[in-house]
Design a protein around this ligand. Structure first.
Ligand code: SAM
Ligand code: SF4
Length: 349
């Protein structure tokens, strides 16, 4: 049954913009997230095991193919595109793809081209990203303590990430900080991180840890429901609901004391599926219609079958017609298995 179309992207399509794809629950699919590589120069403990087996390089789509796929989605009404990974900035020549996709921003076919990055390579790419039309980025940062940063990322260096954030801001890019809230790791530090981010004109968004992929530890040890974190913050800060939307899954609060915004992404305690406008493409051309489900569609074969996008377009439509209502993530000690076997780095956060 098709119900009213829900489009919470805030997008303002051109008059001749293509009609958006509509899923079986009446949701307009206007947002594509693309994992351009599953590889990363960090090994965040909640995301990856230390010894990871990555996809064979021969299975990867070329950047030209990724560009063609993304452009096919834009022709089908996608208005917002996020590059993610793995770490998107470690993919060789990734700036070629950013520049090509940026042309759609300049031409008004795309409202936003953005990326989620760990920030390690940002200092050297920031100016070019801005030049390509990237106006906002998300930088993942779970702590401001250099030692703790090393322990959570295993391989990362805080100084480089801070330098990258500074370079992005200097290039005129709006930076949002994303932190996974982890019990007995950064929960005590969140108020300071919030003051730090808000003091520099950046939103801070907290994320609940999701059961995706085998890691070297038990996720239940650090799982922190954000309902609990919000209650703790409310003891120190005046928090009020804010209607601000970025087209993503975060709900926002205004913090009176800092004048900044705090985002909450709560896949575990407050399911955000009803307003889901997203699908996710991997670097091998697999389309996942839901972050938390296994059903997927292969777009690589239809892409390679012909230079014409007609068949590809049909396969995309068929995939969207299978977009599920939502995910069923649970973290508990009795079901100690991840809800989905693939790591977040395959489909991107
Ligand atoms: N490497 C980039 C980065 O870290 O920003 C982009 C990819 S990373 C998979 C995207 C986001 O997913 C990051 O903010 C990361 O903290 C988050 N993430 C990774 N694994 C997660 C998990 N199991 N639960 C919740 N968030 C996770
Ligand atoms: Fe890499 Fe991002 Fe996963 Fe950390 S969260 S290991 S930076 S992909």
């Amino acid at each position: 049954m098709t119900t009213a179309i829900i489009d919470r992207t805030g997008a303002t399509p051109l008059n001749d913009a293509p009609a958006p794809m509509i899923d079986p629950f009446g949701r307009a699919v206007t947002y594509l997230r693309v994992s351009v590589t599953d590889r990363c120069d960090f090994r965040c403990t909640y995301c990856m095991a230390e010894n990871m087996t990555f996809l064979p390089k021969k299975d990867l789509l070329t950047l030209e193919e990724l560009n063609r796929l993304c452009s096919a989605f834009i022709a089908k009404g996608v208005r917002k595109l996020r590059l993610t990974g793995g770490e998107p900035l470690v993919r060789k020549n990734v700036m070629f793809l950013v520049r090509e996709l940026g042309k759609h921003v300049h031409d008004g076919r795309l409202d936003e081209l953005t990326l989620t990055t760990n920030g390690s390579q940002l200092a050297r790419h920031a100016a070019e990203l801005a030049d390509c039309g990237v106006r906002r980025i998300n930088v993942s940062l779970d702590t401001l303590d250099p030692e703790k940063f090393k322990s959570i990322t295993r391989w990362g260096e805080l100084g480089k990430v801070l330098e990258g954030i500074g370079a992005a801001q200097a290039a005129g890019i709006h930076v949002k900080i994303n932190a996974v809230a982890l019990k007995d790791f950064n929960d005590q530090e969140i108020p300071d991180m919030m003051r730090w981010a808000h003091g520099r004109g950046m939103d801070l968004t907290l994320i609940e840890t999701m059961p995706m992929g085998e890691i070297d530890e038990d996720r239940t040890d650090h799982y922190l429901p954000l309902s609990e974190m919000r209650a703790r913050l409310a003891e120190q800060f005046t928090l009020s609901d804010n209607a601000y939307k970025t087209g993503g899954p975060a709900r926002y609060l205004t913090v009176a004391e800092t004048g900044g915004r705090l985002g909450l992404i709560t896949p575990m305690t407050h399911n955000f599926c009803e307003s889901c406008n997203r699908v996710r493409l991997t670097c091998t051309g697999t389309l996942y219609m839901c972050l938390g489900q296994n059903d997927a569609a292969d777009l690589r074969a239809p892409l390679r079958i012909s230079d014409d996008d007609a068949y590809l377009s049909t396969v995309i439509d068929e995939a969207i017609s299978r977009k599920p209502k939502g995910h069923d993530f649970i973290i508990d000690r009795t079901s100690n298995k991840p809800a989905v076997a693939r790591h977040m780095s395959v489909t991107g956060g």
